[in-house]
Ligand binder design. Structure first.
Ligand code: PXP
Length: 244
């Protein structure tokens, strides 16, 4: 039987909405509480260098209130590493970050940053946090992650999502399938995320060794129409039974 796919709900854009008015509404902890009630697996937040949505206090509160295991996405900077060591989230996903980008536009270049990441990672792992690297579906990047002793990668599905049902759809889907297979061969847990929605997530969910998805923008946006509870419940249903 196919393994249940875990869902991490990225709540960055709840914070975007809150910050628009500088109030404590919508309240991230209330959202986390609701997500726990409906059996979501993880809360995912990206603490960005410019603090454009999630703030340091949000990360502290979400960890303290402990509604769900916390997955902290962050750049590989010393500032972020210190925060991660202090907060000790359940999981940490290292992402590339450029200030001017709207969202995380590509995967990490693990191959060319091997020495730097090799120095950066061990303290986080030794501190009890499950560490993953956010990479494009490229075998050489996954290979480099493996050489660093990394046990989890998250495959960037952004390019696939953008070309869904367009001419290069199959090419991009196959890149993700190959990457996931390669992870299995190397004994690396394979996660995926970016740009996923009700439609394009079905094929991703059918890839048998993808065990976790992290999804944000679509879920928070769709909640405007259907409400958060219904939207997320529906998404969890789809990823665990893509034929519906
Ligand atoms: N995974 C990672 C590593 C990300 O950086 C993001 C975006 O913050 C996501 C998943 C979620 O992407 P989206 O908001 O497009 O669902």
């Amino acid at each position: 039987m196919k393994k249940k796919i875990r869902l991490g709900v990225n709540i960055d854009h709840v914070a975007t909405l809150r910050n628009a008015r500088n109030e404590n509404f919508p309240d991230l902890n209330e959202v986390a509480h609701l997500l726990k009630k409906i059996n979501v697996d993880l809360i995912t937040v990206h603490l960005r260098e410019d603090r454009r949505h999630i703030l340091d206090k949000d990360v502290e509160d979400l960890k303290k209130n402990n509604f769900l295991p916390l997955n902290l996405e962050m750049a590989a900077t010393n500032e972020m590493k210190n925060i991660c060591l202090k907060i000790q989230p359940y999981a940490c996903c290292i992402v590339p970050e450029r200030r001017e980008e709207l969202t995380t536009e590509g995967g990490l270049d693990v191959k060319n940053q091997k020495n730097y990441l090799g120095d950066f990672i061990p303290e986080i792992v030794a501190n009890g946090t499950k560490l993953s690297l956010f990479v494009d579906p490229e075998l050489d990047q996954i290979h480099s992650a493996h050489e660093l002793g990394v046990k989890v990668v998250e495959i960037h599905t952004g390019k696939y999502s953008r070309c869904y049902k367009k001419s290069n759809h199959t090419v991009e889907l196959n890149r993700i399938k190959n990457a996931a297979n390669y992870c299995m061969k190397l004994g690396i847990d394979c996660h995926a995320g970016h740009g996923l929605n009700y439609e394009n997530v079905r094929e991703i969910s059918l890839i048998s060794n993808i065990v976790e998805l992290n999804v944000g923008h679509f879920l928070i946006s769709q909640s405007l129409f259907s409400g958060l509870e219904k939207t997320v419940k529906n998404f969890m249903k789809i990823i665990n039974d893509p034929s519906i």
